[in-house]
Design a protein around this ligand. Structure first.
Ligand SMILES: NC(=O)c1ccc[n+]([C@@H]2O[C@H](COP(=O)([O-])OP(=O)(O)OC[C@H]3O[C@@H](n4cnc5c(N)ncnc54)[C@H](O)[C@@H]3O)[C@@H](O)[C@H]2O)c1
Length: 337
């Protein structure tokens, strides 16, 4: 299956096909210096499969986990490229989940004011969400995505065979983003996830979730309007994620928990909880709601005391709403942990 993100001169294809990792050289120009960025939790065979296709392949393996999404990682990639004589015509390839993807993308966005990069996502989180849309970033201290840039990749290659080695918790974590998409924009995707076997329909789920995200990104590449719908679950989710600290819940798990208070219909809330249970996502968090609220105040999408949140009244129809912190507090305390 193939999708195209039509973004004028920054357009690119998203290939969703098992086995494509071995065929990246047929889809993109690897006959230049290539820096493959991955992490030490991604099976080495995926990095090797990519390097084998390069004329001059280099690699930078980051420490796995959110801690690897750091200024130090970004600096290490740039230093490696500089040492190896990379110029503006060379290439960065991210192989892994959202962590190496976000850092590699920021390195590509900033090296010599921007060079080409490709994404080979190997987690559901990255295949469904992080690899498409051009958001790149690193964290600073405990605060996520402080430094970053919009820089679209040249190609995304989502090989679902790579998901076979992904631990079940990470599998569910990314599927939370597909559930998010379903709630805000695709009732058919919701019903697919609700009624059918997830493993047997994985590629269809990836395809539908990506199709929706690409459509939104095409209409609003730099998040001035409609793209903010994709932040459904993120305002409270980021608070839960920060309150849990590094040993806490995963990003997608937090987004899913952050969506629940934003669903206005009781029936839809019940159905959503059932899908979350089916996926193996948590239905509760243990962090103190006041701590969650404290971290939410650092939300970079906040404007003074006003927060733009996304709510869902009807399945498949997310809507932006501006609320005060006190209104947000009621939502967190009413339906949160
Ligand atoms: N740029 C965006 O638009 C965007 C969107 C959503 C999330 N994100 C970011 O993505 C990050 C989370 O991404 P993630 O959930 O993919 O986490 P991750 O990149 O940390 O990967 C999760 C874990 O799985 C391991 N792993 C990766 N692929 C594997 C495979 N095929 N088999 C076995 N293990 C594998 C990794 O080593 C890691 O330990 C967060 O930093 C989040 O902010 C970015």
């Amino acid at each position: 299956m193939k999708l195209t993100a039509a973004l004028g001169p920054a357009s690119y294809d998203v290939i969703i096909k098992p086995g494509t990792l071995a065929r990246v050289h047929r889809l993109a120009n690897l006959r230049r210096r290539v820096m493959v960025v991955s992490d030490d939790g991604v099976p080495a065979k995926y990095v090797k499969a990519l390097l084998q296709q390069c004329d001059e392949g280099h690699s930078c393996i980051l420490p796995q986990g959110e801690g690897g999404k750091s200024i130090e990682s970004w600096q290490a990639i740039l230093a490696r490229m500089l040492d190896a004589g990379f110029d503006r015509h060379d290439l960065v390839v991210a192989v892994g989940g959202g962590v190496p993807g976000d850092v590699a993308g920021f390195a590509a966005a900033s090296y010599m004011r921007g060079i080409d990069w490709l994404q080979v996502p190997t987690t559901t989180m990255a295949q469904i969400d992080a690899s498409v849309g051009g958001k790149t970033a690193v964290n600073l201290g405990g605060t996520k995505n402080v430094a970053g840039a919009f820089h679209q990749p040249r190609l995304v290659v989502a090989d679902s065979n790579t998901l076979k080695t992904l631990p079940p918790r990470h599998m569910a974590n990314g599927l939370a983003e597909a559930l998010k998409t379903a709630l805000i924009g695709d009732a058919d995707l919701f019903e697919l996830m609700e009624q059918k076997d997830i493993a047997q329909n994985l590629e269809r789920i990836l395809y539908l979730a990506l199709r929706y995200k690409i459509g939104v990104v095409e209409r609003d590449a730099t998040e001035q309007g409609e793209r903010r719908l994709l932040n459904f679950g993120h305002t409270i989710g980021h608070g839960i994620e920060a309150a849990g600290g590094p040993q806490g819940l995963l990003h997608g798990e937090c987004v899913a928990l952050g969506m629940l208070p934003m669903i206005e219909s009781k029936t839809l809330l019940r159905r959503t909880r059932a899908v979350m249970r089916k996926l193996g996502l948590p239905l509760k968090y243990t962090a103190d709601p006041d701590t969650v609220l404290h971290y939410m105040q650092r939300d970079k999408k906040r404007e003074g005391d006003r927060y733009t949140i996304v709510r869902v009244k009807t399945l498949g129809e997310g809507a932006l709403e501006t609320v005060t912190f006190d209104e947000l507090r009621l939502l967190v305390k009413g339906n949160g942990g």
